[in-house]
Structure formats: structure tokens, C-alpha cells
Design a protein. Structure first.
Length: 492
């Protein structure tokens, strides 16, 4: 992953934890009711893909155990990982593109209800994404993938050459010449691998996204409702289809790109279709970017306008993330696919402990506060979730007290210690295992390996309740914790 050049090392530390009475009277542990959203506390576990589904996208016992483990810590809400809305193979990512996925998802709902004693609400993040391929070996790119055009022939003075000779000549060119001879897109496909964009309207299935997606999202939302979820989070963030429609880089010429009004059209159409299908009493929110953190992308001003439009349309919730784009992703190795969390925008999404003078904690709070302020200035009360490096009680409480957010998301901190919520609320904050923001978990995610946390995945492997990865080397969920039993937290 990209790191800020300053390379300043940060250690996570918390100066003070509240007693039980203070925690219970806090904003963080106070209820929030807004339209179909009803939370017992303002704590939130944002979506995290743990790579535990089957290759066909079905729920596994490991998925159920993963969410039950978060639920035992009793956060106000958990968002189930990004789950695909289409009925197409997509590797070990959960899917909700057909009725056959409902029974498995319903088991997670049931497990979360049981494990949290009904405290934690469960939402599901639903996603659409476009095709991406691995970076090809250059010889294969020139022999098979590149479509030879007059541009190539003219650059080589090779109008009359047989195509095979043109391909061979191109393959022999040095990099600086290739940058001139190939179009920017062709060079990108060589260097990064082929990746569809929402602007590829010459491809029929991309041109028709605005017609197809509202129905696909609406059908997925209905299935989520049937499975028993409390609501859905539309994934409008990071590097995926809906975020790409919202992005300032979207230049589609069919009325769904260009101006912000046009870029908002599909996200609003999707929301309206989902609402019509799932009803007013089902919580429908979305996650989008408070700042895309890429050149030419949406900044916080556009994000404020997007927030006003989405909240104004009737969303029950706005969750804000940051960065995580393909546009500045690092070059993958040959045979691997580009990954949207490897460049600067990726760092902004999941900031690590080696950072710049700002540091990794609360990096998205100022932008989230600005988006929330725009929503409030428009007279809308829609709750806003802020996340990114949040780990301390005072830190979270200060954000809420200052009106910078309404709900605090703890993603990696909840992975490091799923009992954070129960511990802090019960006055046992000193027993919290603090996330070190090393991004070991993120490294596993990038390799599509079972995600665990380095602070607990090698402890007490032989405990009777420990379930392990296929190679037997890591436990799949954090060891159990009971109040007054802080040793077991550290040793299993
Ligand atoms: C392993 C892993 C998987 C993630 N998967 C998702 C995802 O499916 N959807 C999403 O919106 N964000 C995803 N994220 C981003 C987190 O939700 C969160 O925005 C980010 O980690 C920053 O918050 P934090 O500092 O509290 O971890 C993932 C993060 C991690 C570490
Ligand atoms: S591996 Fe654990 S400690 Fe490291 S960033 Fe992930 S959750 Fe935090």
C-alpha cells in the first residue's frame, strides 16, 4: 500500500476510558431514531469483506461465526460486507442476486439477533461492480488483446504490413515509445490490465446500466428484506459502479454523466426503485465518498451537494467513506489484478500507522462534518456515519458533541476487538485491544485471503471453541471475552 512520504509512525493510545455510568449517559451510547432507522447506540461496524463465502457466493458457517462474533460485542449496528446484486460468478464474495441466496443470509440475521440479544441492527451493503482482468504478460497483450488500428500502423510506418508483423514490432518498442504509439487507454490496459469503466458506452451492457441497475438493486433489496435484515446500505463508494457514476470523472454523454445533476441521476433512480420495492418501513441508506481523493475527482464541495440530493430524496442514512479508487492504484504484478486501495486514495480510505503530520486517526471527520453541515443547511435531519481511524471513546464522543457526525463507524477497531462496545459501555475500556492500524488485515483482503487480525489470530489456537483457517495456522474470530476476565482477552 502507498504510504505518505513523511513516514511518521503513530501508536494508537487512549489517555482515558469512561466508567460505566459516564458511558451509559454518553452521546455515543444513546439511542438514535430517524425514520426507519432505529439504533440502541450510535456505534456502527462498517462493511468489511472477510473472504469467507463459497466460490458460488453462498454464506458459510465461517460467515455466520464472523458476524455473530461482532454481534457479541453489541454495537448499535453492523453492516454486512459488500454483497453482489447480480447472479454472476464473482469468486468468494457474498451474493444476493437470486432467491437461492436468501436462506444463507437469513442464518446470519438470526445469528446476529441471538448473539447481540436483539441489540444490534443488521444492514447489508449491496454492490454492483464492473469487470476487471489481471495484468497480462506484455507478449500476450500484443499478440492477442490489442486491437491493431491505423494509429499503430501510422506510428510504425507500417500501413501495408501483415498484422502479425505490426504486433511483433509493437512488442519490441521501448516503454517511452509505447506511451506515444498506444492510446492512453491501451497503455493502461497493458500496464494495469483491462478494466471496464462506466464511460465505455460503446459496450452494450455498459450503455444499458441506467436501465438495468435500478431493477437489480430493487430486487436485491427485496431479498434482503425477506432474509430479515433491518435495512440496506447502497454501495455508492470507492471504486465500484455507482461511485463511478457519481464521480467527477464520469463523462458519459447519455445524460448520466458530465454535470453533477446528470451524475446523480442513476444513484437517485436506484434509490427510488429500491424504496418503491422495499417500502417506507425498511431502512435504506447509502455509503459514498466525502472526498474521492483523486485528481479531477469529487472533493468535499461536490460531496456536500451529493449528500443533500441523496438525503433530500428520502434516504434514512448517509454513511461516508473516503478514497479507495482505481484511478491511482499501484501497478499490479503480471498475472494480478489492480486493486483500488494501493494508491494515495487507498491510503485515505484505510489510513495506516505510517502517516503524515495529520496521522491516521479521524482523517475523514472534517470532510464528513462538511457533508453533514450541507445536509443540515438544507433542512434535512438525515443521520450521518463517519469512520476512519476511530478507536477511542473520548475521540468518538467529541465528534458527536461537535455535531460532526451522528454515528461513529469503527471498522478495523471492531476487527481488532469486537468487544470494544460492550467493554467501553460497561466501564471496562482498559481491557480494549486497540487497533494498531498496521493494515495486516487489509493485506489479506488484497490477496483475497481470509481476513483476520494480527492481534489475535495466532492466540489460543488449541482452545476448544477456536475455529481455524484451512491451513490450521490462524483462528477465524477473536477469542471470547467476559467482563472481569481480562486475561482471557489477551491470551484466549
Ligand atoms: C478487510 C477490510 C474489508 C473492507 N471491506 C469493505 C466493504 O466491503 N465495503 C466498504 O464500504 N468498505 C470496506 N472496507 C472499508 C471499511 O469499511 C472502512 O471504511 C475503513 O476500514 C476505514 O475505517 P476504519 O479506520 O475504522 O477501519 C473494508 C476495510 C477492511 C479493513
Ligand atoms: S490487523 Fe488488526 S491491528 Fe492491524 S489494522 Fe487490521 S484490525 Fe488493526
Amino acid at each position: 500500500m502507498w504510504k505518505p512520504p513523511e513516514k511518521i509512525r503513530y501508536e494508537t493510545a487512549v489517555a482515558r476510558w469512561p466508567g460505566a455510568a459516564e458511558a451509559s449517559g454518553s452521546l455515543l451510547f444513546s439511542r438514535l431514531d430517524h425514520k426507519a432507522l432505529s439504533l440502541e447506540s450510535r456505534t456502527w461496524v462498517p462493511a468489511m469483506v472477510p473472504w469467507r463465502a463459497t466460490d458460488e457466493g453462498f454464506v458459510t458457517p465461517a460467515n455466520i461465526e464472523w458476524y455473530a462474533r461482532f454481534a457479541r460485542g453489541r454495537p448499535g449496528a453492523i453492516v454486512l460486507e459488500a454483497t453482489g446484486i447480480r447472479d454472476v460468478p464473482s469468486g468468494p464474495l457474498l451474493r444476493i442476486g437470486h432467491e437461492r441466496f436468501i436462506p444463507g443470509l437469513a442464518k446470519i440475521v438470526e445469528a446476529v439477533r441471538d448473539a447481540s440479544g436483539g441489540t444490534s441492527r443488521l444492514y447489508i451493503q449491496i454492490i454492483d461492480f464492473l469487470n476487471i482482468r489481471r495484468r497480462p504478460p506484455p507478449e500476450k497483450f500484443f499478440q492477442r488483446f490489442l486491437r491493431i488500428t491505423d494509429r499503430h500502423r501510422d506510428a510504425l510506418g507500417a500501413r501495408e504490413w501483415p498484422e502479425a508483423d505490426v504486433r511483433a514490432a509493437l512488442a519490441a518498442l521501448p516503454d517511452e515509445r509505447l506511451r506515444e504509439v498506444l492510446t492512453a487507454r491501451e497503455y493502461d490496459e497493458l500496464a494495469q490490465g483491462f478494466r471496464e469503466r462506466v464511460t465505455d458506452t460503446h459496450l452494450g451492457h455498459i450503455a444499458e446500466l441506467p436501465e438495468v441497475l435500478p431493477g437489480l438493486f430493487a430486487a436485491a433489496a427485496l431479498r434482503a428484506r425477506e432474509a430479515g435484515f433491518d435495512g440496506i446500505e447502497l454501495h455508492y463508494a470507492h471504486a465500484y459502479t455507482m461511485a463511478s457514476f457519481l464521480s467527477a470523472t464520469n463523462t458519459r454523454g447519455d445524460g448520466y454523466g458530465g454535470s453533477l445533476e446528470n451524475r446523480l441521476k442513476l444513484p437517485l433512480d436506484v434509490y427510488k426503485a429500491v424504496r418503491a420495492a422495499a417500502g417506507e418501513d425498511f431502512a435504506i441508506g447509502c455509503r459514498f465518498l466525502a472526498d474521492e481523493c483523486i485528481e479531477g475527482g469529487n472533493g468535499v464541495n461536490e460531496a456536500g451537494q451529493i449528500g443533500v440530493a441523496l438525503a433530500g430524496a428520502g434516504m434514512d442514512l448517509i454513511s461516508l467513506s473516503r478514497g479507495g479508487k482505481f484511478d491511482d492504484a499501484k501497478q499490479p504484478k503480471v498475472g494480478e489484478a489492480a486493486y483500488p486501495y494501493t494508491g494515495r486514495s487507498g491510503y485515505e480510505c484505510m489510513p495506516g500507522h505510517i502517516s503524515d503530520s495529520f496521522g491516521p486517526f479521524g482523517r475523514n471527520i472534517a470532510a464528513s462534518a462538511a457533508v453533514r453541515a450541507a445536509i443540515r443547511a438544507a433542512g434535512l435531519a438525515t443521520p450521518v456515519v463517519a469512520a476512519g481511524g476511530m478507536h477511542g471513546f473520548d475521540q468518538a464522543e467529541a465528534v458527536l458533541a461537535a455535531g460532526k457526525a451522528d454515528i461513529i463507524g469503527f471498522a478495523r477497531q471492531a476487527l481488532a476487538d469486537p468487544d470494544w462496545f460492550a467493554k467501553v459501555q460497561g466501564g471496562n475500556g482498559a481491557a480494549v485491544r486497540l487497533c494498531e492500524y498496521t493494515n495486516y488485515c487489509e493485506g489479506l483482503d488484497q490477496k483475497h485471503k481470509t481476513v483476520t487480525c494480527q492481534l489475535w489470530d495466532r492466540t489460543a489456537l488449541d482452545a476448544p471453541d477456536a475455529t481455524l483457517t484451512a491451513d490450521g495456522k490462524r483462528r477465524l474470530v477473536a477469542p471470547a471475552w467476559k467482563p472481569g476476565n481480562d486475561r482471557s482477552d489477551k491470551t484466549g
